[in-house]
Structures are given as C-alpha cells and as structure tokens.
Design a binder for this molecule. Structure first.
Ligand code: GDP
Ligand code: MG
Length: 293
C-alpha cells in the first residue's frame, strides 16, 4: 500500500524553509536568499522514498498583508495549512524563539494537523545555546517532536524526513513517482533569474521585481535559448537594474545563466530585458496569470 501526503512548512522569513525543501528533494526547486519575502508562491517539492511520496509545500512567509500580492500570500498560507497532512514549523536556531515564531505556532496549534518542529542552522550553534533553543521550542505548546537540523549541511535531516514520512496517510501518489516539483519549466527558470536579481539588489527593488520567461527554445542539441522579461515598478528601479553602462543587468544575466546551465545541463543563451510595469503587485488579473493565487 502506498502512502502520500502534504507537509506544509511554516516559519518566519529567512529561517531556511526553501533550503530545507531543496535539500529534501535533492535538487533546487525553490530559490533561496537572505532577504525576507523571497517565496511568493506555494512551491511543492516532492520527496519519494519507496512506497511513500511526501509533498513539501514551501509556504510564502507569513506577514501582515500590505497589498494584493501579500494578501494573496497570507491567504495561501491559510489554505495550504488546512489541506496539509502534517505541518513543520521551522525555527532559526541562531536567533532562538521570538514573538513571530510564537504567532505562527499559535496558528498551527489551532489546526487539527500534527505539527513537528525543526530547529535549523545548528551548524552555527554551540551546545549550550542549542539546548536552550530546543527547550524553548518544546515549550511552544504544539505537542510536537523537535529536531535539530542543518538544512545547509544536511545534519539531522534523515531523522526528520523519516519522522515526517511516518506521518503520511495511506493513499495513492499525487504526482508522478519520479516528479521532484509541480513547477513548470518556465516558472523554475523565471524563479532562478529572480533569485539572481534579488541577490544583487537592495531595498524595494527585490520586492518590485518579477520575472516572466517568454520563450524557451532549443535551436540545437546542447543549447537552450531563454528569453525573459524582468518587470519593475518604476523608471528608477529600471535604472538600478540596468546599472551604469549596463553593468548590473550584465552581472545578473551571467549569474542567472550559470544557474540555468547547471539546472538544464546544457549551454544557455539568456536574453534579458527590463520593463516598467507600474503596480503589478496590485493587479488582480495579472497576479492570476502569474500563478500567484
Ligand atoms: P526561507 O525564507 O525560510 O525560505 O529561507 P531560505 O531557505 O531562503 O534561507 C535563508 C538564508 O539562510 C539563506 O542565506 C540560506 O543559505 C541560510 N540557511 C538556510 N539553512 C541554513 C543552515 O542550515 N545553516 C546556515 N548557516 N544557514 C542556512
Ligand atoms: Mg523561502
């Protein structure tokens, strides 16, 4: 009998949820950055071991809604939590337990789904502070097992994955047996380009940028041509992205191209342009089309 189910990942921005999903899946399905609010869509990374398929949903960060985009992100979090078979609350071990974590823990405690807690980034922690965070985690009122892990280094991951798998109900696989994500290729590539943008820009630019992959062609074996647009919300943001003598867009383009080549396993020709699209974050039908639901 096969087993299959969903694990919803909750946690403050930057605790390492996307890093965790990538590590469990064994390939990059979610982009990672040290800026909060990087994840906009609920991304499903899929882990399969034998007869069990576990789908990890990397939720957008929980935050107070500011505009249509963040309103949707908050709504999505609620929906995914309701549909999950287990929840995983991830904490940043380096920072200890704070009010944000307690807020999220309270949300999880009010749902009927079994929670588990991961204390991440233990590679940064000495023994005494680690014991202190584990203790704080166990006092969050979740009746959850607590696992110390390093999503980056891999320590503690096997035990946690095994525990989560054991919580999956009997039932059919929900995705193809060898699937690693539910993202389209266009979306994955767009996200990798957005990651390069986020990593090189500051303040409002990372939040204002969205990437649309318009075309993927294979003109010959071993070469993929990708045409993509970067949207920003103002001329000044566009200026920042292009940079003096086009240096910024060039740096973004070559970093993104390297990632695309790694993921696609072939040479990539990346054609990037920057376009101003005012207030895309407030545009309902546009957000629908972008798959941010
Ligand atoms: P998310 O916002 O919760 O999805 O967090 P990300 O996965 O994007 O990670 C945020 C930052 O924490 C990135 O710079 C990661 O490289 C870093 N990070 C994630 N896991 C670990 C870990 O186990 N140890 C350390 N030292 N850093 C980590
Ligand atoms: Mg993330």
């Amino acid at each position: 009998m096969t087993r299959g189910g969903f694990v919803a990942l909750a946690g403050r921005p930057n605790v390492g949820k996307s890093t965790f999903v990538n590590a469990v899946v064994g390939e990059k399905v979610a982009i990672v950055s040290d800026r909060p609010q990087t994840t906009r869509r609920a991304i499903r990374g899929i882990h399969r071991s034998g007869e069990c398929q576990m789908v990890l949903v990397d939720l957008p960060g929980v935050q107070r809604p500011l505009d249509e985009l963040t309103k949707r992100m908050a709504h999505r979090v609620q929906q995914e939590l309701e549909g999950a078979d287990a929840t995983l609350l991830m904490l940043n071990g380096e920072q200890g337990v704070g009010p944000g974590d307690r807020f999220i823990a309270a949300t999880l405690a009010s749902s009927r789904v079994q929670a588990t807690i991961a204390v991440n980034k233990v590679d940064r922690l000495a023994r005494a502070p680690l014991m202190a965070v584990l203790q704080e985690a166990s006092e969050l009122g979740l009746d959850a097992e607590v696992f110390p892990i390093s999503a980056r280094r891999g320590s503690g991951m096997a035990q946690l994955v095994e525990h989560l798998s054991s919580l999956m109900p009997e039932g059919p696989f929900m995705f193809a047996p060898d699937a690693s994500s539910d993202q389209s290729r266009e979306l994955l590539l767009a996200e990798l380009i957005r990651e390069a943008v986020i990593r090189r820009t500051f303040q409002e630019v990372p939040h204002a940028a969205e990437v649309i992959v318009e075309e993927i062609e294979t003109p010959r074996e071993g070469l993929v041509r990708v045409r993509a647009l970067i949207w920003v919300e103002s001329e000044s943001q566009k200026g920042i992205l292009i940079g003096a003598q086009g240096r910024m867009i060039k740096a973004i383009g070559s970093a993104a191209r390297r990632e695309l080549e790694r993921v696609l396993g072939s040479q990539v020709h990346l054609d990037l342009s920057v376009r101003v699209r005012r207030d895309w974050r407030g545009d309902d039908s546009l957000l629908d089309r972008l798959g941010i639901t």
